[in-house]
Design a protein around this ligand. Structure first.
Ligand SMILES: [Cu+2]
Length: 176
């Protein structure tokens, strides 16, 4: 083997290791969002319903409500033709109905604001917002300006981005 070829192989290995290491770290980051409800189902909510995470975090939605099925559904044209409220480069995601103790995971790798809802309980303002990364990221996409495809009550249920970034987690209990 020539010296030049050996050097190329070493460089190649180094570049590979550099790329691989952040990917492994990102895969380890996991945040949980619970679906909760009162015993008789008068109130249902995501906990926390405002969440800030780093780019590349996995978020696991888990149904901790023994009395109800819930979904975590991104606002996106591919999901029931809703107006998009997640970054443009992000893929649509929908957990479908989760029975009690069932869960669903999504990897959030595009920086920006993700709004989602529970299919049967959107009108009860069972919605949430995840802020991925920070506005200083050049790829950042802020909250959707759309107000036509969503009710005023639901819009008001999304915590403001600056509040989420400040507290990292915002719960319904905080707002009450
Ligand atoms: Cu629900």
């Amino acid at each position: 083997m020539t010296l030049a070829r050996r050097r190329v192989l070493q460089l190649g290995g180094g570049a590979f290791a550099t790329l691989l290491r952040p990917a492994l770290l990102q895969a380890a980051a996991l945040q949980e969002v619970e679906m909760r409800g009162t015993a008789r189902g008068e109130h249902v909510w995501f906990h926390p319903h405002g969440l800030a995470v780093a780019v590349g975090t996995r978020v696991r939605f888990i149904n901790r409500d023994p009395g109800n099925s819930h979904t975590a559904t991104a606002y996106h044209p591919e999901n029931f033709d809703r107006a998009r409220r997640i970054p443009k480069a992000a893929a649509a995601w929908d957990s479908d109905f989760l029975l009690p103790d069932e869960s669903f995971e999504v990897l959030l790798s595009e920086p920006g604001v993700y709004d989602y809802y529970c299919l049967p309980h959107e009108m009860a303002a069972m919605v949430g917002r995840i802020v991925v990364g920070t506005p200083s990221d050049p790829r950042w996409q802020g909250p959707s300006p759309d107000t036509n495809d969503i009710s005023q009550a639901v819009l008001e249920a999304f915590p403001p981005v600056d509040v989420i970034l400040k507290h990292r987690q915002v719960t319904r209990e905080d707002a009450m």
